[in-house]
Design a protein around this ligand. Structure first.
Ligand SMILES: C[S@@+](CC[C@H](N)C(=O)[O-])C[C@H]1O[C@@H](n2cnc3c(N)ncnc32)[C@H](O)[C@@H]1O
Length: 212
């Protein structure tokens, strides 16, 4: 079963930043590793569902021409709106994924500390929607905690394995993810995939600059 909405409402009822995302070196380092792993220097349109208080949002904003960041909880949305005030290219909205989903396409989707809140069927639907929103060559980045938590349905390593097990181009023509990178930290696992609809290899940063 997916983590119920009431859990998130209760978290934000007790604190503005229930996971202390603004405070710890652990999170700061992980956010820096996440943006460092982005294969391109800049993205045209990025989507970040589950943005919470917008710490990662602010870092992503420096790499995107337009960023849509969303959360299911209104107070999280309000905090991120305040944090990104003055960043006109950042749009923050209340949205519950995957039932609600933006209509536009993106060249970057970032799923950070979100996918372990869903049962396997809903997680698969969310990943399908993410891939369906990516333009050809667009990137999907996931990053998730690896230690057991009562409210989590799986770990970051299991999410990376789930991504590897998604149907290939033969079974799912037009929506194929090709893995560019996987980083297994003891505490979290980070993955980077490219959407290659016909199943070819993804362009690495060195390939993209003609170095390899
Ligand atoms: C642990 S926080 C992670 C925040 C941020 N992505 C990060 O990595 O720092 C998870 C956030 O996801 C939001 N969330 C959970 N389920 C969601 C859903 N179905 N749709 C949108 N947001 C959701 C929660 O409200 C919470 O703010």
């Amino acid at each position: 079963m997916s983590t119920p909405a009431a859990y998130f409402d209760a978290q934000y009822a007790r604190a503005t930043d229930p996971w202390h995302l603004d405070e710890r070196w652990y999170d700061r380092r992980k956010y820096q590793l996440t943006v460092a792993a982005l294969p391109r220097p800049r993205y045209e349109r990025a989507f970040e569902p589950g943005c919470s208080t917008g710490v990662l949002t602010e870092l992503l904003a420096g790499r995107c021409d337009h960023l849509l960041s969303t959360d299911r909880v209104p107070s999280a949305v309000e905090t991120t709106v305040r944090r990104t005030a003055g960043l006109d290219h950042v749009d923050v909205q209340r949205m519950t994924v995957p039932d609600e989903w933006p209509e536009q396409t993106f060249d970057l989707v970032v799923l950070s500390e979100l996918l372990y809140y869903f049962d396997e069927a809903t997680r698969t639907r969310l990943l399908r929607r993410s891939v369906g929103s990516l333009v050809a060559g667009g990137h999907l980045v996931t990053v998730h905690w690896n230690h057991p938590v009562a409210e989590h349905t799986c770990t970051g390593r299991e999410i990376a394995d789930h991504l590897d097990a998604l149907p290939g181009p033969e079974q799912s023509p037009g929506s194929h993810l090709s893995r560019l990178a996987r980083y297994d930290d003891p505490d979290f696992t980070l993955t980077v995939h490219a959407h290659i609809p016909d199943g070819g290899p993804a362009l690495s940063p060195a390939h993209a600059e003609g170095l390899a």
